[in-house]
Design a protein around this ligand. Structure first.
Ligand code: IPM
Ligand code: MG
Length: 347
């Protein structure tokens, strides 16, 4: 099994290093690693955020463990050369259309949540975010209006096949959990969302055992804070899923805790923490590596058929937290390395 390690920018290399230490300590047979540059680091080294060698490695690998991309030095570059294009390019080139973002509160972190503990402890959901369409990939550009004003535009669209395949992932995920799927859209305003809602309702016919509900995205943002325990599985588009998953992470303790899996139709996947490259704290040992360590566990479960080892990693993270491991985002003082040590010690 070949794992592509793509550390990327900012805190990416620090958090990937800890996930690598955890994977190495488990002595999983036949696991090989190859590392490649991606994002701003790749632009600086090779002139492109997703160089051909990196894309080739990602295609050859059985799974990809990704850190983060984003570098303020690159903010002035043409958009196609910016670090973020690397992750968008990987998602598109590898057909990674289904993004699973589980948000669950570790009980030990009830006081780290932005919500009252009795509300926060109820959180146990998966956000299924579509990753290959929406405003992210529509026609975009800058133009001048008739009166000469600068105007930016990004076209939002989904076709019915794109909606159907992510809806199925949503229904199947709900079936393996509590059987409740909430589809989030903005059908009261957007045609894209009306199509989304129509297709989700049609697809429901294949999954009659699942309880389906619909929610407008503004209401969903409010309900996530008011009563997050009502959600089991949320399925939504690329942009709404980006926003709601950051919000859910803070409800569940910290953005430093949430892993994610981006899967194609054959369970090949890219695994990454949902947080970004955090350039403000890069290189200072302040980053929480747990989201990346938990992403490695998801990789073992979904792409490498090693569920038992994934369980052990998740249990070790829970134990490390129970033993008091706290990085700054969790209200503590432990360094990235010490957080990794705490997980290793918990095995
Ligand atoms: C995420 C990130 C990315 C996104 C950025 C880095 C392009 O915010 O994975 O949530 O918007 O999808
Ligand atoms: Mg995001």
């Amino acid at each position: 099994m070949l794992i592509a390690l793509l550390p990327g920018d900012g805190i990416g290399p620090e958090v990937i290093a800890e996930a690598r230490r955890v994977l190495d300590s488990l002595a999983i047979p036949d696991l090989q690693f190859e590392t490649a540059v991606v994002g701003g680091a790749a632009y600086k080294a090779k002139g492109h955020p997703l160089p051909p060698e990196t894309l080739d490695l990602a295609k050859r690998a059985d799974a990809i463990l990704f850190g983060a991309v984003g570098d303020p030095d690159c903010d002035k570059l043409d958009r196609h050369l910016r670090p973020e294009q690397a992750i968008l390019g990987l998602r598109k080139e590898l057909n990674l259309f289904a993004n699973l973002r589980p948000a669950k509160l570790f009980p030990e972190l009830a006081d780290a949540s932005a919500l009252r503990p009795e509300v926060a402890t109820q959180i146990d959901m998966v956000i299924i975010r579509e990753l290959n369409g929406d405003v992210y990939f529509g026609e975009k550009g800058m133009r001048k209006t008739a009166s000469g004003l600068r105007e930016g535009y990004d076209v939002m669209s989904y076709n019915e096949d794109e909606v159907r395949r992510i809806a199925r992932v949503g229904f199947e995920t709900a079936r393996a959990r509590k059987g409740k799927l909430c589809s989030v859209d903005k059908a009261n305003v957007l045609e894209t969302s009306q199509l989304w809602r129509d297709v989700v309702i049609e697809t429901h016919a294949e999954f009659a055992d699942i309880e389906l509900s619909h929610m407008y995205v503004d209401n969903a943002a409010m309900q996530l804070v008011r009563n997050p325990g009502q959600f089991d599985v949320i399925v939504t588009g690329n942009l709404f899923g980006d926003i709601l998953s950051d919000q859910a992470s803070m409800c569940a303790g910290s953005i430093g805790m949430l892993p994610s899996a981006s899967l194609d139709a054959n369970q090949k996947g890219l695994y990454e923490p949902i947080h970004g490259s955090a350039p403000d704290i890069a290189g200072q040992g302040k980053a929480n590596p747990l989201a990346t360590i938990l992403s490695a566990a998801m990789m073992l479960r979904y792409s490498l058929n090693q569920a038992a080892i994934a369980d052990r990693i998740e249990a070790a993270v829970a134990k490390a937290l129970a033993n008091g491991a706290r990085s700054p985002d969790l209200g503590g003082k432990m360094s990235t390395r010490e957080m990794g040590d705490a997980v290793l010690a918990a095995f």
